[in-house]
Write a protein that binds this ligand. Structure first.
Ligand SMILES: Nc1nc2c(ncn2[C@@H]2O[C@H](COP(=O)(O)OP(=O)(O)OP(=O)(O)O)[C@@H](O)[C@H]2O)c(=O)[nH]1
Ligand SMILES: [Mg+2]
Length: 355
């Protein structure tokens, strides 16, 4: 379900819904229909108009959908009202992204980070319906005297958040020690929009076999390896979680320890899916997140990927031969343009070492 407000730009609205569809299929859902509505402003009680709610209800009754996903963030009251009227689960974009994260997280660190993000997301949205929480997080005698179920749930979540933060602090400390051991190495991080081809490029540059997939957020855990073909130089490459448009701030914050890796790198390679029609907008999204996490002062190279698939006449861009050599046009799959990129990385590493 997408709601188009007067300020919305046509292609951005369509793009966002297309992405929501991809997110839904990445989460394992089957998309039956996409419903949109143009509104002057959102309805405080239902987000959409009452008539639209009835229309969706009729679609659910005839088509058998069991979840409705909204592209925008919903308030707890809106979720409750919608669920009462539609009698199916109602979630928003952030919850969907979190769902994908939960399923993808493999390492202990990623799991703790995702659980923290979930709880931070859940806390302000707690309503009476969350009575199962005391079972999940509590135990015997968890309900304090005179507490309502809601207060108990809030307290349990806050306690759990404290525990998870402590766990993360411990993981953070281990990371800091790890990083100290790597201080004399040149550290390069691959960053970029989800599905841009970061992991494919990572495999190509390090000759490893990280999972790459044509779905959103296939990588959640960061992996670090040595750059191959670096002629004995000590260069470390890290593959990281992808960014996405409309990623809520608290979600970004929960990935702090993963993103520290980015913040503390000597060089970032911003991987762009050059075959995507709106790659410029995505570059802007990624640049925004980089500045949000305080990584906007780190030297950066642009790697325009998937040139094998792109209709853009990249050679005419002339970037190839700009004096600072910051732009590279590559195909990670076909291994085109990779040697130029490696040359540039090793040059910058040598430059850094001699400085
Ligand atoms: N045609 C083409 N496809 C590519 C290229 N590089 C990557 N892909 C495909 O793009 C999809 C995403 O690649 P990944 O390497 O998993 O992308 P990612 O940036 O790591 O994605 P996340 O981990 O989900 O953020 C896969 O289906 C890759 O096969 C390329 O140079 N050309
Ligand atoms: Mg990846």
């Amino acid at each position: 379900m997408g709601v188009k407000l007067p300020r919305a730009i046509d292609y951005e609205f369509d793009e966002s819904l297309k992405e929501l569809r991809l997110l839904a299929t990445s989460a394992g859902a089957q998309v039956l229909d996409i419903v949109t509505q143009e509104r002057k402003k959102i309805d405080p009680a239902y987000f959409i108009g009452k008539g639209k709610v009835s229309e969706i209800r009729a679609m659910i009754d005839s088509g058998g959908a069991n979840v409705v996903i909204f592209d925008e963030e919903l308030t707890p009251a809106q979720i409750r009202n919608l669920e009462n009227s539609l009698e199916v689960k109602v979630i928003d974009r952030a919850t969907l992204i979190l769902d994908i994260f939960v399923n993808r997280a493999k390492t202990n660190e990623a799991k703790v980070q995702v659980e923290l993000a979930q709880l931070n997301h859940l806390l302000p949205r707690l309503t009476r319906q969350w009575t199962h929480l005391s079972k999940q997080y509590g135990g015997i005698g968890t309900k304090g005297p005179g507490e309502t179920q809601l207060e108990t749930d809030r307290r349990l979540i806050n306690n759990k958040i404290k525990i998870l933060k402590k766990k993360l602090d411990k993981i953070d400390k281990e990371r800091i020690t790890q990083r100290k051991n790597r201080l004399d190495l040149f550290r390069v991080c691959l960053v970029g929009y989800t599905n841009a081809g970061k992991s494919t490029l990572f495999n190509c540059l390090t000759k490893s076999g990280v999972i790459t997939e044509n779905r959103l957020f296939s990588t959640l855990d960061s992996t670090t390896r040595k750059l191959a073909d670096s002629n004995g130089r000590k260069i470390l490459l890290t593959d990281t979680v992808g960014f996405i448009n409309k990623l809520p701030h608290h979600l970004v914050a929960s990935f702090k320890s993963t993103l520290d890796e980015v913040r503390l790198a000597n060089l970032l390679i911003h991987v762009v899916d050059f075959s995507h029609p709106h790659y410029l907008k995505r570059i802007a999204n990624v640049t925004e997140v980089l500045s949000e996490i305080g990584a906007d002062k780190i030297p950066i190279i642009m790697a325009f990927n998937k040139i094998d698939k792109s209709a853009e006449p990249y050679a005419e861009f002339g970037h190839y031969f700009t004096p600072d050599l910051r732009n590279f046009f590559i195909s990670a799959i076909k291994k085109q343009g990779i040697e130029h990129l490696i040359k540039r990385i090793t040059f910058l590493a040598d430059d850094n070492n001699s400085a």
